[in-house]
Every structure is written in structure tokens, then in C-alpha cells.
Design a binder for this molecule. Structure first.
Ligand code: CS2
Length: 485
């Protein structure tokens, strides 16, 4: 008999089980992108809502690219384990909210059929920033994005997120089925508003009437999602086995903290997420989103680039370096100074909590994982707040350190002269820009400031600030960090 996690009978008593009848549960949500973050956040919140209030809100997931996670979930009837780690130990919670997993490239027609099923009332997504086809330079649709190009050319057989959403909505409109609510859970500012703009710009190019129907009928709530989730490792699978008694290749591990702030605008109902600790339904999410993107993610990126290039493998190791941890706290203050008041939150307390979360010794979050996709992350995390800080007369010094650290990382060579892979959709352009420039702070920063569309003009036109970046990059190239902190 397989020892795979496939049902909840006979599991070790150390595993907490779903508190509702999965067999009676029907799907109401289709989720695109079943990565670790979704399994640590959206699926557990929905599991909690099902336990508290019921409803036909089971989740079907679809992977738009690699099949591994979907296949592992399918082999386990959708069951998987969330390990919650802190220094007092690890607990295991088996999640029952996922009912089915699809692999879109294997059966695109099957996924389209699910999108037009009236039972599916929410189409949520965690697909990472780079999957949307968002052009940070314009805030609109990136007409050079490969999925956008392919899906505009072939709208009835999509392959990307925007293409699937639009084709799904088009079919529902044609058949007189009420629309689903698209729900973005990625770290983009006003993710719902961004998604709406992309969907409308895309649709305007293929069907003006459909565009107007979507604008009039489809809500795009924004959400702020927060839970630190390192990629799963052998230690994750080993602990899942120890605590459940079964092999679980879809297990994930995460921190105790979890937060989700959701705009309560749904076309067709939603699970009772507000019943779950950490969820907050609001009218308007932008203040929370900015706070999280600028204070948590901005400081995370700063630590990831400085930490990775300094040879620290995990964020918790970076936090052991007193200078770097003080710098992160200083950056959080600088980020807080760009924010409007956030309802119910004391930003100083929030910053202290972030420092404690980053330092959690039980979480092995790789600096290299966070460093990934900098060109997609820097604008909302660092460049927009830096622009605002400079406009208010600040020197935006910690932002200059963060940008210099990204540039140092973008050079692709560690302190021992070893090359590493620059993981970024624009890696080719970055490498080409700096290939022939001298290896000093002035030359490398000048070249990278020219990466089209990345840096706002207000930053590159500020000579004092760009010189500061160049000087800080030079310090990092010389591997002489102390003057920085
Ligand atoms: C991190 C985020 O990888 C990254 O870029 O900054 O994934 C971060 O851990 C989450 O947003 C926390 O909610």
C-alpha cells in the first residue's frame, strides 16, 4: 500500500485535520498558480472559512506552466500539509480545501471549461509579478510580454493569465452566465486595480463590447497578502512525514504570522474568510498594501541583495548581523515616512514585528529566493517610495543602499569571483548592459540606470542620489561594507 497522503483516516495524532466533510464539498473557486505561497496562505484561509461557516467554496487549482505541484496534489486527492514553524517547534495542519488540480498546457480546453462553469464564482491567482504582462513604465499592458503577444494573436486558445481570464469571461457573457470575480493575490500595488487595467486594455484590442461589459459587471477586489513562505526542501517533506505519518510531496512550511486584507467587492459571493484569524475585509486596501510592500517587501529586498552578495544564505543569518538588522529597521522607518496613516496599525509596532519575523530562527528563507525577479519587484518596493521620499526632501539613503545592492547582485559574480545565475526575466538585457563596462560603481550604476522603463526619471535625474548609489555600489564592489551600515 502506498504511504502517500491520500485521505485523512489513520493519520498520526500530531496532524490537525480538516474540520468539515470534504466529500460533500463542491468547488466554487478556481485558483491559478498553486505554488508554495498559495498553499501557505489562500488555501489555509479558505480551509478555515470552510470549517467555520461551510459553503460550496472548495478550490480547484490550475498550473499554467510546470506540472509538478499539480501532479503531486492530484496524487494526494488535493490533500497536503502546512507546517508552521517557530522556535518553540513545528506543527502540522492537513488542508482539505483543494479538491482538484489541473495542468493547463496539458488540457487548455479543460481549463476553459472550468472557467465557464457557473459554480466557479471566484478565479483567484498567485502567479508572481512577472506573469501578468504589466509594464511598470506605463502601469498598463506590456505589449512585448510573450503571453500577451501570444494571447492577443490567439485569443480563443490562451496560455497566459490575462488571456485565460478574458476568454473565460467572454464565454460566460456569451452564455448568459454571471461573471466570476478575479482575485489577484500577488505582491503588486493595488493588485486588483492593476489586473483590471490589464484585462480592460487587453480586451479593448480584441472586442470593445466585451471590454465595456467587463468594466460594468466584473469587480476586481485588491488584496494585501502576507505570510513568509520559503521554498519547500527535503526537511519540509521529512517533517511532514514525521508529523502526519504519510509521504506528502505537496507539503509546505511557513511562519505562524498570517495576514490577508481583502476588499469586499465580489460579484457572486465569497467564503467567510473573515471568520479566520488574520483576515480583514475592508472597503479599500491600498493603505495596507503600500505599508506591506514598502516596509516588509522593501526591507526584504534590501536584506536579500546585501545578504546574498555578502555570503549569507538565509534571511535569519542576515538578521544575526547587527549592522544589517539595524539597517533593515532604519529602512522600515524611511518607508513608514512615505505612508499615510494605516487604519488600526501602529507602524512602529508593525516594524518591530517584521524584525522579529525576519529573525525567526525556524524559518530558512533563502536570500537568493527573494533576490529573484528584481526588475519586477523594485518599482513598488523601493523606487516609488524613494521618489516620494526625495520629493519630501529626504536623502533616501537606505533606498540608495538597496538599489546599489541590487546592482551588485545584478553583476552576477559573488565575492569569491564565482558566477551565479541572475534569475530575472530581464537577465539578458541586464547582462548585456554591463558586459563591457569597467567594474566600478560609477560605470556599472550608470549602465544599469539606463535599463529601459525601470527607474523613474525623478530618480535618475537626481544627481546627488545617483552619485550616492554609485558610491555605495563602489563600496560593495570593494567588499568593504562597514561604511554602509
Ligand atoms: C518576498 C515575499 O520573495 C519575496 O520577494 O519578499 O515573498 C515575502 O516573503 C512575502 O510577500 C511575505 O508576505
Amino acid at each position: 500500500m502506498s504511504d502517500r497522503l491520500q485521505n485523512v483516516t489513520g493519520l498520526a495524532p500530531t496532524a490537525k485535520l480538516p474540520a468539515y466533510d470534504r466529500n460533500a464539498l463542491k468547488a466554487g473557486i478556481l485558483h491559478l498558480g498553486p505554488g508554495a505561497f498559495f498553499r501557505a496562505h489562500f488555501a489555509p484561509f479558505t480551509d478555515g472559512a470552510l470549517a467555520a461557516a461551510g459553503g460550496d467554496w472548495g478550490i480547484e487549482v490550475a498550473s499554467l506552466r510546470t506540472p509538478d505541484v499539480a501532479d503531486n496534489l492530484s496524487a494526494q486527492n488535493g490533500l497536503y500539509t502546512v507546517l508552521i514553524r517557530d522556535t518553540s517547534g513545528t506543527t502540522a495542519h492537513v488542508m482539505g480545501s483543494i479538491l482538484k488540480a489541473h495542468v493547463a498546457p496539458r488540457d487548455p480546453a479543460g481549463l476553459l471549461a472550468r472557467l465557464e462553469d457557473p459554480d466557479i464564482r471566484i478565479v483567484s491567482m498567485t502567479v508572481t509579478e512577472k506573469a501578468y504582462g504589466f509594464d511598470p513604465a506605463t502601469g498598463g499592458l506590456d505589449l512585448k510580454h510573450p503571453d500577451i503577444i501570444a494571447d492577443l494573436a490567439n485569443r480563443h486558445a490562451p496560455r497566459g493569465v490575462i488571456g485565460y481570464l478574458v476568454e473565460g469571461l467572454a464565454r460566460r457573457r456569451q452564455k448568459g452566465i454571471a461573471p466570476f470575480t478575479p482575485l489577484s493575490c500577488d505582491n503588486l500595488p493595488s493588485n486588483g486595480a492593476v489586473l483590471k487595467r490589464l484585462v480592460l486594455e487587453f480586451t479593448a484590442r480584441i472586442d470593445a463590447e466585451l471590454r465595456d461589459w467587463i468594466e460594468a459587471n466584473v469587480p476586481f477586489p485588491s488584496t494585501m497578502v502576507d505570510r513568509i513562505t520559503p521554498a519547500s526542501t527535503d526537511a519540509t517533506y521529512a517533517d511532514a512525514k514525521r508529523l502526519t505519518g504519510r509521504t506528502d510531496l505537496a507539503a509546505i512550511e511557513t511562519e505562524p504570522f498570517t495576514q490577508w486584507v481583502i476588499e469586499d467587492h465580489f460579484a457572486n459571493g465569497r467564503p467567510a474568510w473573515e471568520e479566520v484569524h488574520g483576515a480583514l475585509m475592508v472597503e479599500e486596501v491600498s493603505a495596507y498594501e503600500k505599508m506591506k510592500l514598502r516596509m516588509l517587501n522593501g526591507a526584504h529586498s534590501l536584506l536579500a541583495y546585501l545578504g546574498y552578495t555578502a555570503g549569507y544564505e538565509f534571511v535569519r543569518d542576515v538578521m544575526d548581523d547587527a549592522g544589517l538588522s539595524a539597517l533593515a529597521r532604519r529602512h522600515m522607518n524611511a518607508a513608514a515616512a512615505t505612508l499615510d496613516p494605516v487604519p488600526g496599525i501602529d507602524l512602529d509596532v508593525y516594524a518591530n514585528e517584521l524584525i522579529a519575523r525576519f529573525a525567526n530562527k525556524a524559518i530558512a528563507h533563502r536570500t537568493y529566493q527573494i533576490a529573484m525577479d528584481g526588475t519586477q519587484k523594485l518599482p513598488q518596493r523601493l523606487l516609488e517610495p524613494a521618489t516620494e521620499a526625495l520629493a519630501k526632501g529626504s536623502k533616501a539613503e537606505t533606498y540608495a543602499i538597496a538599489v546599489a545592492a541590487w546592482m551588485r547582485y545584478a553583476m552576477g559574480i559573488d565575492r569569491n569571483g564565482e558566477r551565479y545565475e541572475l534569475r530575472d526575466p530581464r537577465a539578458g538585457e541586464i547582462t548585456a548592459l554591463i558586459a563591457d563596462v569597467p567594474r566600478n560603481g560609477g560605470a556599472v550604476s550608470a549602465a544599469l540606470f539606463k535599463l529601459p522603463g525601470l527607474f523613474p526619471k525623478a530618480l535618475t535625474a537626481n544627481i546627488a542620489w545617483t552619485e550616492d548609489v554609485a558610491n555605495k555600489l563602489e563600496i560593495l564592489i570593494q567588499d568593504n561594507r562597514l561604511p554602509l551600515y
